[in-house]
Design a protein around this ligand. Sequence first.
Ligand SMILES: [Zn+2]
Length: 311
Amino acid sequence: MRTVVFIVGLGYTGSTVLDMALGNNKESFSLGEIANLPTEININNPCVCGEFIRNCHFWLGVCNAIREKHNIDFIRNPDSFPLKPAEIRNRNNILRKLKILSNVYGISKNEPWLKNTKILYDAIAEMSNAKVLIDSSKDIRRALMLRSVLKGYQIKFIHLIRDCRGTMRACKNNVGKVRFPKSNEDAIITRPFIPTEQAIKMWIHDNLKITVYLSLFAPYNSWRVVKYEDYCDTPDTVFSSLAEWLDLSDYKDMINFSSIVHHNVSGSRSRFNHSKILPSDKRWKNDLTEEDFNIFKKKAIFLNRLYGYKD
Ligand SMILES: [Zn+2]
């Protein structure tokens, strides 16, 4: 039986690197933030293999297989191939919430993005010959909804957690360099600047939501909490345990994860910059201001401790 592993959690937690590491195995495949594939094709961003996505032999092969079987050409028409639910514009709308619950419980299976994702997973698994697919799209709601169409798959979840202070620093540090494949110079990329108060609120809300959703809706042995700092600083312990849980051999290949050509899409710039697990980023210790630490102590220290982080 094939397995899909959903890495769920916030942005800036090291999900892209964890995804690539787990996918660096002959029996697994790193999808990246696959829910963003239509956008990536529209922009024609580079694939991690070095080709632009529309020219990448892997994605062209997957597209051909789907076109032959389902008469869908997602490279030509990416917008007609949605892979995630529509955004919830009004969070307080009770009908919307009921719809989400019906999806989480697997009642509604006919939304195009659900069927499209199943079609895509099947084609990727066949093309790559992988028995384990790693999806780091991170959205817990999407992951739970997908269970309704993934009956032939075993489903596992990794709740990836990072020290709140590391997330706060990453949210403020919104400019970075990236060396795209086949390029001789660094490009500067920016992402949204998230102020401290908002970053903390998001960290608390999203982590609590994931903890509650997984506790309520996922069998206890189908999910694990993995800490970013643990997989970076004690990779042998974490990856040997994850490999055993996922029934994958050769966990050492996960620590140096460039022995396989990857085709993961979207996610952090680490997908172009990193080829092995590095020690955890502790720059928050110097970069956060006294005010940042005061807000952290007031709002997030309790949950940070509950997740096992020392002050
Ligand atoms: Zn590629």
